[in-house]
Design a protein around this ligand. Structure first.
Ligand code: AMP
Length: 426
């Protein structure tokens, strides 16, 4: 098969690495890709937002399957356009991608189908939203309805903070994404990410993971796209995973089918593990980044047949095998991230780092120039490792990081600390 992967981050490097290992993959292309992805496949300079150009490339290169990494092209309907052109594509349709593209849509779907989630109301203007906040009190959570690149959620610890968030969103601080606002109950508990593959009719679980969103050690400082992750999440017992499937994922797949928008692709459920059981915080309609990196390291089975089974509605009898090992990834970012940062600094020592046992390095934002690897983004490298425990994977990842020479970069030193502490208690 000829396969085209869309995206440019660490998630796509991990997907490219796994797809390239499939005996089914003949030619593998990635658009636009990065310097690490270039080692797995052929990079193509395509504008992913130009669906006609993507379709023309697929036809010219006899592409049999397109795998879409990020959410923006999914919400823009690239899978609909590819399918209409007779090209198989992994990922949800535009209508099904509303599970990520509209928080209000997902909340209404949960309410109508008894899927456990925080109590909420949807608002189109500031005054009634503030009245609701006053009635409920703080802490309370304010969310922009649309895609806001991770900036659309404010967990307000006071009514004043909630009001300021409401004003910011309705004043256009997040653009179109904030034209509608969801105000919801604050949920207490530990968070975990749960992933499932869906084929429109049914779903099979992938694995659990936990990530670290804050930039600094101890989960302090501003939010980022994710500074590290590990899988499995020790807090996500098999009983909780079963509940997440039965109470959240499967009812969602059934509801999407019933409304004529069957969900195909990977469904990423952000869960809060509350005293009353798992509750849905939000859905994403694609793999997490950096969670995908740890899932791909742990997946023993060929990924390509699983992606095809999602597209073809053939998941019912599908089975995936996993390595029993834990996987962990540490994000190396350019100094200044998630604020402003410089591009173009040189990174050395990657081969020595990759030689550490169990280590795999995925590139998140790099480019190759004159035989050197240069930083080309905020999040730049994902240093990943497998180990018998999260603790062993963590030690290997940091051993590899010690071999990387990049003065302009930084990473957190404590990725996985909760899981490692839990392992020590056992
Ligand atoms: P999101 O951008 O939707 O992933 O939300 C960002 C973060 O906000 C989540 O990872 C949670 O830590 C937090 N959050 C979102 N909704 C709630 C909620 N209802 N209760 C508590 N925390 C929440």
């Amino acid at each position: 098969m000829n396969i085209l992967l869309l995206g440019a981050g660490g998630r796509e490097h991990a997907l490219a690495w796994k797809i390239a290992a499939s005996p089914l993959a003949d030619r593998l292309f990635c658009a636009p890709g990065n310097a690490g992805i270039a080692k797995e496949c052929e990079l193509v300079a395509l504008d992913v937002a130009d669906h006609a150009a993507v379709i023309a490339f697929c036809k010219a290169n006899r592409v049999d399957l397109v795998v879409v990494g990020p959410e923006a092209p999914l919400c823009a309907g690239i899978v609909d356009d590819l399918t209409a052109a007779g090209i198989k594509a992994f990922g949800p349709s535009k209508a099904a991608a509303r599970l990520e593209g509209s928080k209000g849509f997902t909340k209404d779907l949960c309410k109508a189908n008894n899927i456990p989630t925080a109590a909420y109301e949807r608002f189109l203007a500031a005054a009634p939203a503030k009245a609701y906040v006053h009635a409920r009190g703080a802490p309370i959570v304010i969310k922009a309805d649309g895609l806001a690149a991770g900036k659309g959620v404010v967990v307000a610890t006071s009514v004043a903070e909630a009001e300021a968030a409401i004003d910011m969103m309705f004043a256009g601080g997040l653009g179109e994404a904030g034209a509608e606002v969801v105000v919801e109950e604050f949920l207490a508990g530990e968070e975990a990410s749960f992933f499932a593959l869906c084929d429109g009719e049914t779903a099979i679980p992938l694995a659990s993971a936990q990530d670290h969103k804050r930039v600094s050690d101890g989960d302090e400082g501003p939010n980022t796209g994710g500074m590290g992750a590990y899988s499995p999440a020790p807090v996500m017992t098999s009983e909780l995973s079963q509940r997440a499937m039965d109470e959240i994922v499967l009812p969602t797949v059934r509801a999407m089918k019933a409304m004529g928008a069957p969900y195909k692709g990977v469904l990423y459920a952000g869960l809060m593990l509350t005293a009353d059981g798992p509750k849905l915080i939000e859905y994403n309609v694609r793999f997490g980044d950096p969670e995908c990196q740890v899932l791909m390291l742990r997946l023993m089975s060929d990924l390509v047949p699983a992606l095809l089974a999602c597209c073809d509605g053939m998941l019912r009898n599908f089975d995936l095998r996993w390595y029993p090992d834990a996987a962990l990834t540490v994000v190396m970012a350019a100094k200044g991230y998630p604020g402003s940062y410089a591009k173009g600094s040189a990174i050395e020592g990657l081969d020595a780092a990759a030689a550490v046992e169990g280590v795999e390095i995925f590139h998140a934002g790099t480019k190759a120039e004159g035989g050197r690897i240069l930083a080309n983004g905020g999040r730049v490298l994902n240093v990943c490792a497998l180990g018998k425990t999260v603790g062993e994977a963590q030690a290997r990842a940091y051993e590899a990081i010690a071999r990387i020479k990049w003065a302009e970069g930084f990473c957190r030193r404590d990725i996985g600390f909760r899981a490692v502490a839990r392992e020590r208690k056992l």
